[in-house]
Design a protein around this ligand. Structure first.
Ligand code: UDP
Length: 462
């Protein structure tokens, strides 16, 4: 299940599903149908991507649902899925007349569909879109909830999940930062339901997160098996664009010289933070390619979803900035062909909001990172990348929560020219090689997916 289109929050949802389907079809001779709930007509970019898939991967847009106005993005997604359940039931009923369905795989918003899978006697799987450490955290959350008094962010010591890097409560995922909120209670209920899955498919790989994955896979009665099948990322642009301006610009830059700066499909910064970032990039004297969205109206280093920049003329950038950085920096409104940028030889670093897809894409292309987490589980991802894996540098914020221009300039310079940058670059190169192997015949992720596919194939025969 996936949501919305190219310039929409949660874009990261659809592509891993497509890649999973491709693996199952190409290597295991299964077929797949992607069911997409929507609250409006399917966005053209999404339709284009889905129409170019092989015939063995079908897609069905469930009938659009009517949503009340002014819902926040998470509520929109949740309600869209809830209101789509009747049409999901209807669609599955009609699919069973022509196909032997063996499994329903849902994302985090689709757990309610497990009941429907049961009605049809189909096994039910969760496709977890974040790293193993985040899944392990979710599995441990009910226990933390029972044992910790007060807010997690006030815990004096970091929490150590089995075989993982210790993580401070303040770096826990957003929805657990205020335990009095309904969102927290909802999450707690949801994570308890993971246990009812027949299996959990994880877009990560053993060599990247061995400790967490082994902890998840440790045999325990009633615990669903976990299959680490990543990194599942897009192979290349599905935007259908001509070779874009930014790629042509990259063509003219020296090898490994450009820092790509992007906050995912919808991350935004406050006005003050955006100002500091602009001046920090300028001060770093490095080349950069920056996907800029107009600032949000929060006062500190806030972040919230806004896929489309409200002002594509960059009037919110510091005065004279565009003139001063000409030739050395390029700014793009709202969106870049990220895979092409990361795979371009001129790209030498990536300042990222730490969305899991962006991290995997960077690893696959061997681009070292600067972490700038904004929302969801991204702070935890940043801790894992910097303190656990040593694949990234992390700028520090001051007492007001702002990351100042001097700090930004130092970290960017350090990544591109310094000793610390050299170390993370070398480590990233090693992981790039490993990531290339895990999906090969004898690779850990391929074996994990084979195990799952054999289970489904046997079910199909019975
Ligand atoms: N993406 C892109 N161009 C952009 C921003 C994002 O192609 O300008 C793609 C990116 O390659 C990734 C997805 O959108 O596949 C973002 O997923 P991620 O998990 O990193 O972050 P999210 O946007 O879901 O927070």
């Amino acid at each position: 299940m996936a949501q919305r289109g190219k310039l929409a929050p949660g874009m990261g949802n659809l592509f891993p599903f497509i890649e999973l389907a491709k693996q199952l079809v190409h290597h295991h001779h299964l077929s797949a149908t992607i069911l997409i709930p929507n609250a409006g007509p399917p966005p053209p970019a999404q339709t284009t991507v889905l129409q170019t898939l092989p015939k063995t991967i079908k897609h069905i847009f469930l009938p659009p649902v009517d949503l009340p106005k002014d819902l926040n993005i998470v509520s929109q997604v949740v309600l869209t899925v809830t209101l789509s359940l009747p049409s999901l039931r209807h669609t599955l009923a009609s699919l069973t007349t022509t196909t032997r369905l063996v499994a329903l795989v849902v994302n985090l918003f689709g757990l309610d569909a497990f009941n429907i899978a049961e009605e049809f006697g189909i096994s039910k799987y969760l496709f977890f879109p974040s790293p193993a450490i985040a899944l392990l955290f979710s599995v441990h959350l009910p226990k933390l909830d029972e044992t910790v008094i007060g807010e997690y962010r006030d815990l004096p010591e970091p929490v150590q999940l089995p075989s993982c890097v210790p993580v401070h409560g303040r770096d826990f995922p957003d929805p657990v930062q205020d335990r009095s909120l309904q969102g927290y209670k909802g999450l707690l209920e949801n994570v308890k339901r993971y246990g009812s899955a027949d299996g959990i498919i994880l877009n990560s790989f053993m060599e990247l997160e061995e400790g967490a994955i082994k902890a998840l896979q440790a045999e325990e009665l009633g615990k669903p098996p976990v299959y680490a099948v990543g990194p599942l990322i897009r192979a290349g642009s599905s935007d259908g664009l001509e070779r874009s301006e930014c790629l042509q610009w990259l063509d003219c830059q020296p090898s490994g010289s450009v820092v790509f700066v992007s906050f995912g499909s919808a991350g935004t910064l406050s006005h003050d933070q955006l100002n500091e970032l602009a001046l920090g990039l300028e001060l770093s004297a490095q080349r950069f390619l920056w996907v800029v969205r107009s600032p949000n109206d929060k006062s500190a280093n806030g972040a919230f979803f806004k896929a489309q920049s409200q002002d594509d003329h960059f009037s919110f950038l510091p005065k004279g900035f565009l003139e001063r950085i000409q030739g050395r920096g390029l700014v793009l409104p709202s969106w870049a062909p990220q895979i092409e940028v990361l795979s371009h030889c001129a790209t030498g670093g990536f300042l990222t909001h730490c969305g899991w897809n962006s991290i995997l894409e960077s690893i696959v292309h061997g681009v070292p990172l600067i972490t700038w987490p904004l929302y969801a589980e991204q702070k935890m991802n940043a801790v894992m990348l910097t303190e656990g894996l040593n694949l990234a540098l992390r700028p520090k914020s001051d007492e007001t929560g702002l990351v100042r221009r001097e700090e930004i300039a130092n970290v960017v310079k350090s990544l591109m020219e310094g000793e610390n940058g050299k170390k993370v670059r070398q480590r990233m190169e090693r992981f790039k090689d490993v990531a290339a192997k895990v999906l090969n015949e004898e690779g850990s992720s391929r074996k994990s997916l084979s195990e799952l596919a054999s289970k489904w194939t046997n079910q199909k025969k019975n």
